[in-house]
Write a protein that binds this ligand. Sequence first.
Ligand SMILES: *[C@@H]1O[C@H](CO)[C@@H](O)[C@H](O)[C@H]1NC(C)=O
Ligand SMILES: *[C@@H]1O[C@H](CO)[C@@H](O)[C@H](O)[C@H]1NC(C)=O
Ligand SMILES: *[C@@H]1O[C@H](CO)[C@@H](O)[C@H](O)[C@H]1NC(C)=O
Length: 342
Amino acid sequence: MLSTILYSTALLSLANAHGVILAAQGEAGSPPSVGFQVDPAIARNCTGISPCQQDTTIIRDAEINANIVNECGRTELSGNIDVGENTENALAAGAVTQVKAGTLMTVTIHQVNADGAGPYSCDLDQTSNAGIISQNLTVTNNIPGVNGLSQAKTQDFNITVAMPSNLACTGASTGNVCTVRCRNNAVAGPFGGCFAVQQTDVAATANTPNQITTAQTLAGVTAQVAENNVDLPVAVAANQQQGTTEQTQANEAVKVLLGITVTSKAAAIQTLSVENVGVNAAAASVATSSATTKSGKAGKAGKATAAAASTATTTATAKKGKNNNKRESGLKWAKRAFEESI
Ligand SMILES: *[C@@H]1O[C@H](CO)[C@@H](O)[C@H](O)[C@H]1NC(C)=O
Ligand SMILES: *[C@@H]1O[C@H](CO)[C@@H](O)[C@H](O)[C@H]1NC(C)=O
Ligand SMILES: *[C@@H]1O[C@H](CO)[C@@H](O)[C@H](O)[C@H]1NC(C)=O
């Protein structure tokens, strides 16, 4: 339903726009990244909404804060951009540029029409997909414009985006990917996009639940629950529509229009050792609120299965667990956590 709404909006509204990230080049010799959901097949020689604005990305803080979209916003045609999906697709296709701390990237932005102008600003999610913007990036050689407006149209510009000296990418299946986000400040936007970069001068992270920091607050969770209650009837209606002939045809039409192709690559199969599943499940709970720590602590002591971790709750075992946990640093747990079987 949401995508249907956005689809209709794209075709019916006279929204004018915008800017698209065609390429981001990090270290020489590595492939360029392309903006998430940007379709290389879409013509760049016109300013009209169809086809030249179809893959324009809108990234509004208000929509991000309301949890309508994630940190990378949405395109007019296909709605919320799934960062994880787009990143893995790009990795599988060998289309992620490589960077190091301090790399100066050349980011090619196509200005479709007036409000795709500069200035653009860029920032970084070092986890790739946690929605935590860790820092702003230095942009030089910016696109001309004031408040995102200029008279340029159907023109490509190269901006220079500097990777910070303390770059530490930890995300994606490879454990060394960051998401870079660039956008202008046009009132009809902001317009811009996100792309993945893979860091080569860092040890790839083996991610475990206990390393993942989240920024959820009670107020945020409560607000989300309220929002979900409002959205539920709409979602139910959408589910009832799914799979109807009308829906399937609309879906196919969108795919044809966007020329979506995805390169598939088999993922490695990893097996968590039984012992460490319990340990990690326990450690993961330590950082969260007291309401959830009990079962986690017990899990540590249980030194056993995930099932044990979620059921045992006695104080005695919880204490034992705490001591167990002090014996090793988080990194050691991480290293032992995975046993790659392929
Ligand atoms: C844009 O390019 C396409 C082919 O690449 C061409 O068919 C079309 O006429 C061009 N449009 C304009 C406005 O020049
Ligand atoms: C990035 O810059 C904006 C605007 O100056 C500021 O509000 C924000 O806090 C900065 N973000 C970080 C992570 O430093
Ligand atoms: C942008 O830089 C690339 C090289 O990274 C170059 O091929 C391209 O012509 C440049 N585009 C513009 C508009 O300067």
